[in-house]
Design a protein around this ligand. Structure first.
Ligand code: HEC
Ligand code: HEC
Ligand code: HEC
Ligand code: HEC
Ligand code: HEC
Ligand code: HEC
Ligand code: HEC
Length: 275
């Protein structure tokens, strides 16, 4: 068998698609592994069939430990460990909800092509996180669908909090972005303190309608933190170290494109983030 035979069944998470698929899985496995839900009562997410591997049955997370001990050990406290099939006789199919049923993989002693590795395709993730496909289709986006960046470059599926920088993770969010974007990460002689609040205070990490994946298109991005008050008509006050701006230049562009604060992430030469 090769990966081409593996059916992700994406886009069929709702309606008749899932019922048909559920029947298929039941027929194949004879187990009550109909769909994956989260065991935590406060969360309700649509039921989704795990990726389908022809001829394979579910063997449960503990069977993976035989050969992938460390992954299974770390996984216990991860976000996705809460994934569980419903029912009394259900198996805990945490690993298999992303990798597909593992019996053939186990029997073959881990032979290539017997199990899915989602690094190569985001389809596995989209099965449950359907809204993310749309985000990566927005005009400015990380090239995940193009295969140049993968979800697991930023999210650890096996360990701790799936949101990077959260919980027990060693790396902060900025460090993860900085792996690939060294120029924006610094260090700078003159740092912009906005970076302390994270790259995501200005950028959408998945995709955005605004260029450079910005959360806001124009100067209101900066005014979010720097605007204090409008004391009189035509004048405004910025809390950028007490300086006062007339905004007259803004007809030429935004705070960073009007020839003012071009080096918005930080600068080696100017306290005002200019060249
Ligand atoms: C949320 C989806 C998800 C779950 C659940 C999951 N994995 Fe993974 N797994 C991935 C992704 C994504 C990769 C690719 C990681 C990479 O290399 O970037 C991967 C890669 C792997 C690999 C290949 C080697 C490696 O580490 O890169 C092994 C082995 C593995 N997973 C085992 C497991 C086991 C065992 C479990 C359960 C304890 C599990 N996975 C649960 C998504 C998942
Ligand atoms: C009998 C031993 C054995 C068992 C049991 C086993 N694996 Fe593996 N697995 C391997 C070997 C060997 C490899 C290939 C190379 C490596 O990563 O060491 C592998 C590779 C993988 C890969 C990477 C495949 C690729 O194409 O990149 C994933 C994902 C994976 N296993 C997941 C699982 C999951 C999930 C389970 C439990 C359902 C599991 N394995 C159970 C031995 C096993
Ligand atoms: C079988 C369904 C399923 C699959 C497949 C799946 N997830 Fe999840 N994921 C969930 C559920 C359920 C949660 C926890 C509920 C929630 O917080 O919305 C979650 C949580 C997350 C979170 C954290 C959300 C938060 O707010 O804390 C991230 C990030 C994430 N998943 C990324 C991924 C990535 C990347 C993949 C593919 C490698 C993937 N997921 C595959 C169901 C899934
Ligand atoms: C370039 C890094 C990056 C990539 C690639 C990435 N993410 Fe994220 N993702 C993040 C960051 C950062 C957050 C936290 C957002 C925040 O705090 O505002 C996040 C949040 C999430 C969340 C929880 C909050 C939400 O928006 O629903 C989910 C689920 C998620 N990502 C899934 C995915 C999936 C699925 C993929 C691949 C298709 C993916 N991500 C690819 C960086 C990334
Ligand atoms: C695995 C490497 C990698 C990681 C990690 C990563 N990026 Fe990227 N990023 C890329 C690639 C590749 C591009 C596309 C570059 C291109 O098209 O020229 C990109 C593009 C961008 C762009 C410009 C988009 C545009 O429209 O020109 C921004 C902004 C960005 N990333 C921010 C972030 C932030 C914020 C994070 C952390 C949440 C992050 N990146 C993490 C690889 C990465
Ligand atoms: C204060 C808001 C802000 C913060 C915080 C921020 N950025 Fe940006 N970033 C911008 C703006 C504005 C642009 C557009 C600049 C331009 O077009 O010249 C941009 C552009 C980028 C680009 C595209 C560069 C190019 O030449 O195409 C990348 C990559 C990027 N940022 C990464 C990051 C990373 C990584 C972090 C966190 C370490 C981060 N940004 C934090 C505002 C911010
Ligand atoms: C997340 C909040 C935040 C955002 C968004 C933000 N900044 Fe800042 N900025 C700060 C903080 C905090 C400081 C340091 C304190 C201060 O000087 O006001 C700072 C300092 C500055 C300084 C240096 C002032 C000095 O003289 O030391 C400039 C210039 C600046 N920001 C420009 C911008 C521009 C341009 C944007 C929009 C692209 C922007 N900021 C967006 C929080 C932010």
């Amino acid at each position: 068998m090769n990966l081409k035979n593996i059916n992700h069944e994406t886009g069929q998470a709702h309606g008749s698609g899932i019922r048909a698929h559920r029947g298929k899985i039941l027929a194949v496995s004879g187990l009550a592994v109909a769909a994956v839900v989260i065991s935590c009562g406060t969360i309700s997410r649509s039921l989704v069939a795990p990726p389908h591997i022809p001829g394979a049955t579910y063997i449960g997370t503990e069977s993976c430990a035989e050969c992938h001990e460390t992954v299974v050990r770390d996984f216990k406290h991860s976000t996705h460990a809460r994934l569980k099939a419903p029912g009394d006789n259900s198996k805990d199919i945490g690993c298999e909800s992303c990798h597909g049923a593992g019996s053939l993989h186990k029997e073959s002693g881990g032979e290539r092509g017997t199990i899915l590795n989602p690094k190569k395709s985001a389809e596995t993730c989209f099965a449950c996180h359907q809204d993310k496909r749309a985000s990566f289709n927005l005009p400015s986006h990380h090239p995940v669908l193009e295969g140049k960046v993968s979800c697991s470059d930023c999210h650890d599926p096996h360990k701790g909090d799936a949101i990077m920088g959260g919980g027990t993770q060693m790396m902060s969010e900025n460090e993860i972005c900085g792996k690939c974007h060294t120029a924006q990460f610094g260090p700078f002689v003159f740092e912009h303190d906005a970076l302390k609040e994270g790259c995501t205070s200005c950028h959408q990490p998945h995709g955005s309608v605004n260029e450079k994946m910005l959360v806001t298109r124009n100067s209101s991005l900066c005014l979010k933190c720097h605007f204090t008050q409008v004391p009189a008509a035509g004048a405004a006050s910025l809390n950028v170290s007490g300086s006062s701006h007339s905004f007259s230049r803004l007809s030429r562009g935004s705070c960073w494109s009007a020839g003012c604060h071009e080096e918005v992430h930080g600068s080696q030469v100017s306290r005002a983030f200019r060249y």
